[in-house]
Design a protein around this ligand. Structure first.
Ligand SMILES: Cc1cc2nc3c(=O)[nH]c(=O)nc-3n(C[C@H](O)[C@H](O)[C@H](O)COP(=O)(O)O)c2cc1C
Length: 322
């Protein structure tokens, strides 16, 4: 097995998967700022089976993004095996299984975090995926999910115990329960427990919005690395800041002229890859880039209506001219 995980220098600072966000352009921008590893948006194994054009599009990546992990979601073991084979054929360095997504559409169809309620099915999915490919298989899990009786729950360690005889290379643990969603405190204790009980690579995830939080999670849990998600929205330089802080104990803030440069580079890349659709998708990114400086709110109002690369250039430069 070609296990790229073992070649990564620790702590591994990864871009966690985010549907609608971690597309090829954003992954490349994050790489530029030092992301050691990037995850794709979650890919439907059913979509892959039915050769959905949209799904196949989501699986594309450039060499620059490597090492890249393609994340799969669904609930049928045989379709995970099939999609994993396709990801391997496309040159992905690893495949990841989504056991953490709470989005109603995914949950209702039996995938994502709902799978944590059925550890036997988790086992079958991981087994089928591992057997299908030579590239390493990783999983992404939540700290816990309640059962119908809310006094009983399935925890991340329960899932890892169930699949312990399978060759899973890495785990990204989101330290919030299904019930907690995407905000609020992150349970460092459960992340620490996962690190102590799992022999492969463990990445901690949840609430890393600044370099201080990154250091705190690594020190308090002993994880091999981190998965950054909402903290990098409009702030892909967080990768560099985290690395600088871990290495030198300090990091630089970014001023508007630098932010503008990054936002424009991101927009150009997205336009190159997706045309007009890429510009429309940039609207949300531009709104995230423009936060926390004087005049940001007025700028955001204009940027969420952009139709072309020129609109973006003009609006951003008009702000500097003030
Ligand atoms: C908009 C959005 C989309 C996400 N999409 C995925 C996904 O496709 N697969 C996945 O495993 N997690 C997904 N997540 C969860 C993140 O990877 C991460 O676990 C979560 O946001 C917690 O980390 P954070 O507090 O640093 O944001 C998504 C989160 C957000 C906010």
């Amino acid at each position: 097995m070609k296990n790229f995980w073992l070649k990564l220098k620790k702590p591994i600072i990864a871009l966690a998967p985010m549907a609608g966000i971690t597309d090829s352009a954003f992954r490349q921008i994050c790489k530029d700022f030092g992301a050691d590893l990037v995850y794709s948006e979650m890919i439907s194994v059913d979509g892959s089976h039915y050769k959905s054009e949209k799904t196949l599009e989501l699986m594309k990546f450039s060499k620059k993004e490597k090492p890249i992990v393609i994340q799969l979601f669904g609930c049928k073991p045989e379709l995970f095996a099939e999609a994993a084979k396709l990801a391997e054929k496309l040159g992905a360095d690893g495949v990841d299984i989504n056991f953490g997504c709470p989005a109603p559409k995914i949950y209702k169809s039996g995938g994502g975090v709902k799978l944590m309620r059925d550890l036997d099915l988790c086992y079958e999915i991981v087994k089928a995926t591992c057997a299908a490919v030579k590239i390493p298989v990783s999983i992404k899990i939540r700290s816990s999910i309640n059962l119908i009786d809310p006094r009983k729950k399935v925890t991340a360690p329960d899932l890892l115990e169930r699949i312990k005889d399978l060759p899973v290379a890495a785990v990204m643990i989101h330290g919030r329960s299904y019930e907690k969603g995407f905000s609020g405190p992150v349970d460092f204790e459960i992340i620490k427990k996962v690190k102590q009980n799992f022999s492969g690579i463990v990445l901690g995830n949840g609430g890393i919005v600044n370099p201080e939080k990154a250091k705190e999670m690594i020190e308090q849990t002993g994880v091999d690395g981190l998965g950054l998600a909402q903290g990098v929205l409009g702030k892909p330089w967080l990768f560099k800041q985290v690395k600088d802080y871990l290495k030198k104990g300090k990091y630089k803030e970014y001023d508007f002229s630098k932010i503008k440069e990054v936002a424009l580079a991101h927009a150009k890349l997205n336009f190159k890859l997706k045309g007009k659709q890429g510009i429309l998708e940039m609207r949300k990114h531009l709104a995230w880039y423009c936060r926390g400086f004087e005049g940001a709110s007025a700028l955001r109002q204009k940027l969420i209506r952009v139709e072309s690369l020129n609109d973006i250039k003009n609006i951003l430069s008009s702000h500097l001219d003030k």
